[in-house]
Design a binder for this molecule. Structure first.
Ligand code: PLP
Length: 388
């Protein structure tokens, strides 16, 4: 199935919508039945039928088909956030007494699900440096049921060898989950590499317009049915029909957005790599990245999220840089049409030492490249670097 067919047509049964080119928003919580027999029939398979919008909704269903096709998975569930999709995948895969291995710098709320939530229910965990396969083997216990990956992560972009982890896990009957938000479905295909479940913060590249919070979970029909029966219906963190419609609309341009963003990021990277005020650039596809080879091999293309380490003496220097930027909006999140930046020092107290006290130095600033002209972004970065 070609990419433009998925984005433009898949799942859109236009004949049933009186030829409407853009699909209707089924803004309804409930679906009515003609007789008891058809209602009973619907309850027999709530996964496939439309009974209640916490389970199925036709507008959301169009989106599920598209995202599943993009990831090359049998099915997909959409959630009200990426965090909900990841939590559901984990909760559906473990029980008290089980053990989970997770990479050591995952998205903060992925860490919280394991360390803070499930630990209270008797699920143990080990966080490891996932850049070295030996660490996975060492962390295995007879109780290990799930391996949680995020490749690359969304701050310093450490990667895991997805095919190697999948082989290790499959041989032992361990399930694997990969957060694929950074790459988007276009730049990395974990399912094809043997990973069981792929999660997205669809808030980021998939929607791409900074106007919807959404999540996706892609897997085999067997796993998706299990998640549906379990945390999906139980916790009820569903995506609304209106937000699903916005996502379908946002995804029409996924392919050209990703192409444009990758191209602009190349120019910005080139400018940053040689600038005297930049200590280091973190980016999977930078030739200076020790995992550059793995990025080339495992990913189909580049995204537009990178992190710079400023050459500054104190946090005040970082603040001068950030406060001087005009075209990069200072926000959390990333992956929209507009350039964004996130200063790590904003999560530390003012006047903290530049080295930081956690895993990351406070001289880091994450940049999300948008659809702007490359020269505009480079000029903005140049004037802000001069303001340090
Ligand atoms: C944002 C993000 C999430 C969480 O997604 P939400 O849609 O904000 O809930 C998960 N993983 C990564 C890598 C993210 O960047």
């Amino acid at each position: 199935m070609d990419l433009s067919y998925i984005l433009n047509h898949l799942g859109e049964d236009r004949e049933t919508y009186r030829g409407a080119v853009s699909p209707p928003i089924f803004q309804t919580s409930i679906f009515a039945f003609r007789d008891v027999a058809s209602m009973r029939e619907s309850f027999r398979d709530e996964f496939r039928r439309t009974t209640y919008t916490r389970g199925n909704n036709p507008t959301v269903e169009i989106l599920r088909k598209k995202v599943a096709a993009l990831e090359g998975s049998e099915d997909c569930l959409m959630f009200g956030s990426g965090a909900a999709a990841i939590a559901a995948a984990v909760i559906a895969s473990v029980a008290a007494g089980d053990h989970v291995i997770c990479v050591d710098k995952p998205y903060s709320w992925t860490r919280a699900v394991l360390r803070d939530l499930l630990a209270r229910f008797g699920v143990t965990n080990t966080f490891i440096d996932g850049t070295d396969m030996a660490n996975f083997e060492q962390a295995l216990t007879p109780a290990t049921k799930l391996i949680v990956l995020e490749s690359p992560n969304s701050m310093t972009y450490e990667m895991q060898d997805l095919a190697a982890v999948a082989r290790l896990a499959r041989d032992r009957g361990i399930r694997t989950l990969c957060d694929n938000s950074y790459a988007s479905p276009l730049n990395q295909s974990p399912i094809a590499l043997g990973i069981d479940m792929v999660a997205h913060s669809a808030t980021k590249y998939l929607n791409g317009h900074s106007d919807v919070v959404a999540g996706a979970l892609c897997a085999s029909e067997k796993i998706i049915r299990e998640v549906f029966r379990g945390p999906y219906m139980t916790c009820g963190a569903v995506l609304s029909p209106h937000d699903a419609w916005l996502m379908i609309r946002g995804m029409r341009t996924l392919s050209i957005r990703m192409q444009r963003i990758a191209q602009t990021t190349r120019h910005v990277l080139h400018f940053l790599e040689t600038h005297e005020r930049i200590e280091k650039v973190y980016y999977p596809h930078a030739t200076s990245n020790p995992q550059f080879g793995l990025a080339q091999e495992q990913m189909h293309g580049a995204s537009g999220l990178l992190t710079i380490e400023l050459r500054v003496d104190d946090v005040a220097g970082v603040e001068r840089f950030c406060n001087a930027l005009r075209r990069f909006l200072m926000t959390v999140s990333w992956g929209g049409y507009e350039a964004l930046m996130f200063p790590v020092c904003a999560v530390a107290p003012a006047h903290a030492p530049i080295a930081g006290t956690g895993a990351l130095p406070l001289s880091l600033v994450r940049l999300s490249i948008g659809l702007e002209e490359p020269d505009v972004l480079i000029a903005d970065l140049a004037q802000a670097l001069a303001a340090i």
